[in-house]
Design a protein around this ligand. Structure first.
Ligand code: PGA
Length: 266
């Protein structure tokens, strides 16, 4: 079985101080669980703070004591497709790596919708991030309109194929694909977990068509995102093909986030 993962996307919801505080609160709660001998099981926890707070949050996790824990990592919510150069206002993936980030969310629907990100741009970002040894969390998902027109599967297959086109994965390069139906993000109402499993299987099939089986089994994880909370997390994570969850709103409260972490199965 693939290692499970829970990813917190804090979006632009927290101030610098709030992000630092929340990261520390989460770490304190994890330490407390360890003291109570309720050591969290073997899975990955990734926190993706707003850009301005990344350096601070990454610093909290990379102290000698915490790096031994090895379950907490820092991720970014986006980056540019070049490592450096004359690209005013953009974020270098190389600098994210330097700061201690291990993961980068790419192609989130809010960026596709509000910043005009295209499949081509996302593809270039995936290529750069993978080559740098960072792990892209590639977000795909249909809008309500695409769904109503019967284009759900078509949209997802197009987004996955375009993001990965021509990108070979070496055995040390990993990727995560997050299925997030756009119309349920932030709605408080997740889709049925059976439907998420069906979509995860479609994504899995596409990766099997592109990559050798050992790469699919060892290097690619598929997660679900969209209105996940401590009440719903279990039904998604118990599905055969879903290796984890990407959480927005419910990751902004330490108590709720830790509750979700505790519900992760072995
Ligand atoms: P949500 O956000 O959990 O608030 O729906 C998920 C996401 O946007 O990744």
């Amino acid at each position: 079985m693939k290692k499970r993962i829970i990813i917190a996307n804090w979006k632009m919801q927290l101030s610098f101080k709030e992000a630092k505080f929340l990261a520390k609160e989460i770490l304190i709660k994890i330490k407390k669980k360890e003291k109570e001998k309720k050591k969290l099981k073997d899975f990955d926890i990734v926190l993706c703070p707003p850009f301005m707070s990344i350096a601070e949050v990454a610093k909290i996790f990379t102290t000698k004591e915490n790096s031994k824990r090895n379950i907490l990592s820092c991720g970014a919510q986006d980056c540019f497709w070049e490592e450096k150069g004359g690209f005013t206002g953009e974020i270098s993936p190389l600098v994210l790596k330097e700061l201690g980030c291990k993961y980068v969310i790419l192609g989130h629907s809010e960026r596709r919708q509000f910043l005009g990100e295209t499949n081509e741009m996302i593809h270039k970002k995936v290529r750069t991030v993978v080559n740098l040894g960072l792990i892209p969390i590639i977000c795909v998902g249909e809008t309500r309109e695409e769904r109503d027109r019967g284009l759900k599967e078509h949209t997802i297959l197009t987004q996955v194929s375009k993001a990965l086109e021509g990108i070979n994965l070496k055995i040390y390069q990993k990727i995560i694909i997050a299925y997030e139906p756009v119309w349920v993000i932030g709605s408080g109402q997740a889709i049925d977990s059976q439907e998420a499993e069906y979509m995860a299987k479609i994504i899995l099939q596409r990766t099997i068509d592109i990559y050798p089986l050992p790469i699919v089994h060892n290097n690619i994880r598929i997660v679900y995102g969209g209105s996940i909370n401590s009440t719903t997390v279990r039904s998604f994570i118990n599905q055969e093909t879903i290796d984890g969850v990407l959480v927005g709103s419910a990751s902004l409260k330490a108590e709720e986030f830790i509750k979700m972490c505790e519900l992760m199965p072995l």
